[in-house]
Design a protein around this ligand. Structure first.
Ligand SMILES: Nc1ncnc2c1ncn2[C@@H]1O[C@H](COP(=O)(O)OP(=O)(O)OP(=O)(O)O)[C@@H](O)[C@H]1O
Length: 751
């Protein structure tokens, strides 16, 4: 079966109601449901591109509708032992998190909570229908990939190591995160609690690593284990909220961003390359170039894969939308093998040296000849009896070793089927499970015989350990990336003067922080300016457009928007490649244009020049001089102790008002919502307000929120903050570039 790709076009947001819609859903046959996305050519409005998908959901589609049609039918497969992967892909702000996580209200709940609800419901039914013979347990893992490093979201921040958790290829071909924690969930409420708490972790963790919060992929794994007698059937549902692919297009063109710390961009780029390579039938698929693609293992994993392509209908997303339409329409050509996970036969617990303490008889030592045969009971005893007395005096007993032994092609009696495929109908041999008076031996290292050979694997390759291969690949990738860095154009440095202006604007935002509307508008302006300085014109344009409703009719702001639009148009002309390259071979009868790899050089002087005739957002109006400004300390670290009291912070936190919380630097809509969710959850028991920052900590918030506020916002200071957090903040402040990146990205949507 191919990857199922469905597109979802989000509705216009309130701030976008006057915007131009260019993406529509249609049907290419007479079906009632839509299966085509239509979008005009960026070069010629009269020409329309059509991208066909398995299904297309328009702005009317509810969360329930999407779930019922796309995910619910696969719950059955999950319980039949198939792994199910659902991932949301799309440009920043197109609704991935809305789709996967959704809101708190029942109707707004996204795929993940609905999936869990379905899992628990089905689990109950199975147990009931089996009269209690089958028990189902559910366990959760949740992690993020930030900067190409894996961090466990269920563990406190203190447990994180700078390098994150390693990935490991398992014998069955799956890639797993080594050392990832797993929490059992007995009911939906357990899940909800864990999920909300760990989403807070995600936010905080990202801030700890200095404000790339919206730039992480979040992966939730739901392991379902069904036990009937000694049969254990395990399957996993993975729900993945990929970070926004806002910069993917730019990376694709110039490659200059590939090696930047925002490795998320690289991983999305690698993902699109993997999809291209698979759909072209190439032998080499660059999965290993990013952790996200290794984990996603598109086309390598068995089971069911659903890709939800999130789209914004707006013209301002035009090229980005085309880009993601193109990538995902190729993804639907990827074949996934629908193979159930093997049933594992449960055996007695491992007997270790302490086991005698439990009163169980120690397993007798057996001759070496049987070292890798997993016999038990009579079979093992018979084998031992049959074995000739050895001439060799030493090691006349079984030695457990991690070293692999060659597997004989035919090994009568050898138990290679501790794991059995459910579809071989192999009957469990009585001698293996019931035959002995001693516990069967399950502790022997299992011989890694992949039952499924990855499609492109060469069977005759010499045995190199997975770690070694990984090290070699990583070394190679780093070399390639390093050489790309050297040849890549140097990103524009932010000029001192511009930096001062940004800081001035920042100060004004701080001054206006009690005027929510104004300060939110200013915040968009600040983000716009920062993005503009970094050459992210499209993103800057978006931010300016978002600022406009706060300063309606402001000629200078409108002027800026127009200028940016014009500049983007110019760039577009220099990048015909995108529009043409975005064509889907199947659906687009349009002539493919030659790929232009060059892009107009982006000149920082141009940006500064463009700004010169427009005073620093003077249209927003300044606060009257003399009015006492709040004690906001921008730069000197030595003075941060004079910063505002933690009461300010608490007032905002206790307001539980998403808009108010968003007025804090570092809080986008999602982070703000996370915080509100968290507070709601925390207050379930006592219903009270947060009285001190310490209380946040004692409420198992492991200083996350405080940390987020301090590091993200940079100016808050409280004596309740650890020295370590402060040191972190000081460190962050030392680097202007980090700070700019921080301010630029924290609010850009929280991944
Ligand atoms: N189907 C929808 N119905 C209503 N609102 C939606 C829908 N999809 C998205 N939105 C709203 O659009 C905004 C952006 O959505 P969301 O944050 O989920 O995007 P995203 O793709 O996850 O962005 P990022 O990549 O930055 O994480 C949010 O305010 C969200 O509530």
């Amino acid at each position: 079966m191919s990857v199922r790709v469905v597109a979802r076009i989000r509705p216009l947001l309130e701030s976008e109601l006057d915007k131009d819609i260019i993406v529509t859903a249609a049907s290419n046959d007479d079906r009632k449901t839509s299966n085509v996305v239509k979008i005009p050519s960026p070069k010629n409005e009269a020409e329309e591109f059509s991208f066909a998908f398995n299904s297309v959901y328009d702005n009317q589609a509810t969360q329930e509708h999407l779930f019922t049609a796309e995910v619910a039918p696969h719950l059955k497969s999950l319980f039949q032992g198939l792994d199910v992967t659902i991932f949301a892909y799309g440009v920043t702000g197109t609704g991935k998190t809305h789709t996967m996580r959704g809101g708190l209200k029942l109707a707004e709940r996204g795929v993940i909570p609905r999936l869990l609800s379905g899992v628990f419901r089905r689990a109950k039914k199975i147990t009931k229908d089996s009269g209690g013979d089958t028990t189902v347990s559910v366990a959760l893992s949740y992690y993020e990939i930030y900067n190409d490093k894996v961090f466990d979201l269920l563990e406190p921040l203190e447990k994180r190591t700078p390098s994150g958790l390693p990935l490991r290829a398992e014998a069955n071909g799956k890639t797993v995160v080594a050392g990832l924690s797993e929490r059992p969930c007995e009911e939906l409420k357990d899940f909800e609690r864990l999920y909300i708490e760990s989403n807070i972790n995600r936010v905080t963790a990202a801030t700890k690593l200095n404000a790339h919060s919206s730039r992480s992929h979040a992966i939730l794994r739901v392991k379902v284990t069904q036990v009937t007698g000694d049969m254990v059937h395990e399957s996993t549902a993975s729900a993945i909220d990929l970070a926004g692919s806002e910069d993917n297009r730019r990376t694709d063109n110039g490659k200059e961003r590939l090696v930047e710390s925002a490795a998320i961009n690289k991983s999305l780029f690698v993902l699109s390359q993997c999809i291209d390579a698979i759909s072209r039938g190439e032998r080499r698929i660059p999965f290993r170039e990013s952790k996200m693609t290794r984990i996603l293992s598109l086309g390598q994993n068995n089971g069911i894969t659903i890709m939800i392509l999130n789209l914004a209908p707006l013209r301002s997303y035009h090229l980005d939308t085309l880009s993601s339409l193109n990538v995902s329409s190729r993804a639907k050509r990827i074949e996934v093998r629908e193979i159930e996970n093997e049933i594992v036969y449960k055996q007695a617990p491992r007997m270790n040296s302490n086991s005698s303490a439990t009163g169980m008889a120690r397993q007798p030592l057996r001759p070496l000849a049987n070292a890798h045969n997993i016999h038990s009971g009579a079979v093992a005893a018979a084998a031992a009896a049959e074995s000739k007395p050895s001439d060799r005096p030493v090691k006349a007993f079984n030695v457990y070793t991690d070293k692999l032994k060659p597997i004989p092609t035919s090994r009568p009696g050898a138990n290679t089927a501790i794991k059995r495929t459910s579809n071989t109908n192999t009957q469990k041999r009585i001698s293996e499970s019931d035959g002995g008076s001693r516990p069967s031996k399950i502790t022997r290292p299992e011989i890694p015989r992949p039952t499924l050979v990855p499609r492109h694997a060469k069977p005759s390759q010499p045995a190199i350990s997975a770690d070694l291969i990984e090290a070699m690949v990583e070394k190679k990738v780093s070399e390639i990336l390093a050489s790309r860095t050297q040849s890549a154009p140097v990103p524009p440095e932010v000029n001192d003067e511009v930096q001062k202006r940004l800081e001035a604007l920042e100060r004004r935002i701080e001054d206006g922080r009690h005027d929510d509307t104004r300060s939110e508008g200013l915040r968009f302006l600040l983000m716009a300016r920062q993005r503009k300085e970094r050459g992210q014109d499209a993103s800057a344009l978006k931010m300016y457009e978002m600022a406009l409703p706060f300063f309606p009719g402001q000629a200078k702001l409108i002027g800026k928007i127009e200028k940016l639009k014009a500049r983007l148009e110019d760039k577009k002309d220099g990048r015909d490649m995108e529009a043409s390259d975005l064509r889907d071979d199947d659906e687009q009868p349009v002539e493919r244009k030659a790929k232009k790899s060059s892009r107009k050089a982006e000149d920082i002087d141009d940006y500064i020049g463009a700004e010169a005739d427009v005073d620093d957002e003077s249209f927003v109006g300044r606060k009257k001089k003399g009015k006492k400004s709040r004690a906001v300390k921008v730069a000197p670290i030595s003075t941060i102790e004079d910063g505002p009291s933690s009461q300010d912070l608490l007032d905002i936190i206790n307001s539980r008002d998403v808009a108010m919380i968003m007025s804090l630097q570092g809080f986008g809509p999602k982070k703000a919502r996370d915080l509100v969710d968290y507070l709601e959850l925390m207050s379930e028991g006592d219903g009270g307000l947060i009285a001190s920052l310490t209380q946040l900590r004692t409420k198992n918030s492991p200083a996350n929120i405080v940390r987020l506020l301090i590091v993200g916002r940079s100016f808050w200071y409280s004596e309740e903050v650890d020295d370590s957090i402060r040191a972190e903040y000081v460190h962050a402040r030392k680097s202007t570039s980090i700070e700019i990146a921080a301010h630029g990205q924290t609010s850009s949507g929280d991944g």
